[in-house]
Write a protein that binds this ligand. Structure first.
Ligand code: PRP
Ligand code: HPA
Ligand code: MG
Length: 177
């Protein structure tokens, strides 16, 4: 990460504790319901894997890939489906699992899209929420951490496809030297 100044924003220990709490809350709320977790690739892959193991009711899991950032730190504003779900969501309770909500463009598009397919309910679980940057208002049902307006990497989240494997979440800033 030599091209950046970096700082731990959320440690792996804090993440682990929060993911457990979110899992407990989701377990309680979806008792007796058929829950389908929809992870948004690639950023949410690591969060999805940890969260799913902290949910103690049977769930199904599917994934979508939607990209608006490409290799940039700025959203292009155009949401593109790269990989669609394998399964039908009609009549299912969907919980979208995201790593981060920034402008809200990705999730605004996705919630509309899944509701139109006839899901019984569509809720959102995000590990990180950066509310200062919101352009589209999306209702967040389960939220891990509210973070300041800083570009972050780690625990699945990338900059130009790098740093997803870092166990902690870092904020990064281009260094001046
Ligand atoms: O609220 P927004 O401004 O739309 O930003 C949030 C989205 O951007 C990132 O995905 P990205 O498009 O970078 O794909 P990736 O998950 O493969 O990194 C992130 O994982 C969210 O899906
Ligand atoms: O802060 C961020 N980091 C990486 N990807 C992102 N996509 C939206 N916001 C971010
Ligand atoms: Mg990305």
């Amino acid at each position: 990460m030599e091209e950046f100044r970096k700082e731990v924003l959320v440690s792996s220990e804090e993440i682990e504790k929060k993911v457990k709490e979110l899992g407990e809350e989701i377990t309680k709320d979806y008792q007796g319901k058929e829950l389908m977790l929809v992870g948004i690739l690639k950023g949410a892959a690591i969060f999805m894997a940890d969260l799913a193991r902290n949910i103690k009711i049977p769930v199904t899991m599917d994934f979508m890939a939607v990209s608006s950032y490409g290799n940039s730190t700025k959203s292009s504003g155009v949401v593109r489906i790269i990989k669609d779900l394998d399964s039908n969501v009609e009549g299912k309770h969907i919980l979208i699992v995201e790593d981060i909500i920034d402008t809200g463009l990705t999730l605004g598009y996705l919630t509309d899209n899944l509701k139109k397919r006839g899901a019984s309910s569509v809720r959102i679980c995000t590990l990180l929420d950066k509310p200062e940057r919101r352009k589209v208002n999306v209702p967040v049902d389960y939220r891990g951490f509210v973070i300041p307006d800083e570009f972050v990497v780690g625990y699945g989240i990338d900059y130009a496809e790098k740093y997803r494997n870092l166990p902690d979440i870092f904020s990064i800033e281009e260094s001046c030297d």
